[in-house]
Design a protein around this ligand. Sequence first.
Ligand SMILES: NC(=O)c1ccc[n+]([C@@H]2O[C@H](COP(=O)([O-])OP(=O)(O)OC[C@H]3O[C@@H](n4cnc5c(N)ncnc54)[C@H](OP(=O)(O)O)[C@@H]3O)[C@@H](O)[C@H]2O)c1
Length: 265
Amino acid sequence: MATPPTPHKTALITGASSGIGKALARHFAQDGYQLVLAARGVAKMQALADELQEQFKVAATVIGADLETNDGAAKLHSEVKARGMVLSALVNNAGYGAFGEFKDSALAPELAMMQLNMNTVVVLTKLFMPDLLATRGKILNTASTAAFQPGPYMAVYYATKSFVLSFSEAIASELEDTGVTVTALCPGPTASGFQDKADLGSSALVKGKKLPTSEAVAALGYRAMQRGQRVYIPGFVNWAMAQSMRITPRNLATKVVKTLTRPIA
Ligand SMILES: NC(=O)c1ccc[n+]([C@@H]2O[C@H](COP(=O)([O-])OP(=O)(O)OC[C@H]3O[C@@H](n4cnc5c(N)ncnc54)[C@H](OP(=O)(O)O)[C@@H]3O)[C@@H](O)[C@H]2O)c1
């Protein structure tokens, strides 16, 4: 007797054109999810989609989306729905930072970053919630170790990641009897497009440092999501730092980050 076909699991991954999001896409494909990849870099995502379709025999749809615009997230939701897809995993991963003193930075790019790093996460989570409840699905939000304390020289970015962590933990608690899990992945500095985009080249945070790869972080994050772990910090040093920040007086924690992030020659 023929085995009935397994219903498709579908994952939407934002920021899938590069870095951690691109590496996460591979894990979902390997597990048999059909993919929806979303970011602005359509050519890069199409190359990834072609590769994953070939290697893992899963369908992969690419949607060009600028998620730092006011209606970017809602448009992406409409495009997914227009294709008749129902998500069983939502990965809110697209995001970026900016290095520099707040008094010198321009407001418009900071507002755009806030739109992408926070509002888009809330809008996509809200709009896809019916899907995720129906499929007892998984939400993976890429926060950061930046979420655990204030971040001088990256003040707005750190604040956006605190938002993502707090939001993720709160809805994880609300959803605990629904079968929907929420995981906040909190990487420390990771080799990706992030450093160039954030202009971090002169920061002590990354200058001269060997950073873990996006692939290593994605592999650990994917496993944490599968376990339904609420907060996952890859790497022992990152984990220890984040734990110590929870009990360090706030002024001292801020001073430590200021020293670790400062511009160096
Ligand atoms: N790397 C680190 O050190 C680090 C540490 C902690 C947390 N994180 C977080 O990890 C996540 C992924 O970053 P990454 O390190 O993988 O950096 P990345 O290689 O620069 O990837 C960022 C992704 O976000 C997408 N993105 C940026 N602006 C967008 C926009 N306006 N609309 C749609 N997509 C947009 C980019 O795609 P397009 O440019 O093609 O649109 C890209 O796919 C971010 O949320 C970041 O804050 C990174």
